[in-house]
Design a protein. Sequence first.
Length: 275
Amino acid sequence: METTRFAPSPNGPLHLGHAYSAIVAHDLAQERGGRFLLRIEDIDGTRSRSELAAEFRADLAWLELQWTEVAAQSARLARYEEAAESLRTMGLLYPCSCTRAEIAAAARKRGPEGPVYPGTCRGRSADPAEAAWRLDVGRALRLTGPLSWEDEVAGPQEARPELLGDVVLMRKDAPASYHLAVTLDDAADGVTLVTRGRDLFAATHIHRLLQALLDLPVPRWHHHSLLVEPDGRKLAKRRGSPGLDERRLAGEDGSALADALRAHRFPAGISLSEA
């Protein structure tokens, strides 16, 4: 039995890319006699808007998906701090006060998520109250040894968290980073197949490392293709990609739209990236 999940952030309306991702996760769970979970990732500071969670539920119902809702991230803050404290006790976290501009200027290489942090604050003192907390990836790998993970689309993978460098796990402006929160949440919710877009493929290297460090169960992953605009860029809230709520309120048939997305029949100008 498979357990999958859809975990949107309430910082803007869902769009067709979200619909496709939710349908993939939903259908994989249904085909395998499992569960499809909805989790609201609502710890993105002032950008999170609580009223959007109700809109998300209405959108999923309009698409005729069936789900079980689990606790939102805002109800899990103590677990994030507990895990961070465990990593601090192991000597694997250090405070960092560098700005993004300073990191960009000092970085010697780029990774899958942009400039790789060069370790400026590693071994330095910094005010923890004014700092983010980074994972010392090199030290962590010396503890865990080689790791691997399995992707249903791309096949077996060697875990290479060093590609992303010493990532932030506890942010200055939020209770936890995406990397820490999503890894803990998926474990707590019993997710066995992490289904998400290919844009998050590289993040899995870090998540696999955190699972080993925190003694968490290891799921499998399914990184699906992304819906893209004519210029090749993925659909995104920040660029104003049309929301599902607009289609729903205009009277469009949600079930028909879901079936079209399953059949890879997309609206004009939108395609599925194979990159």
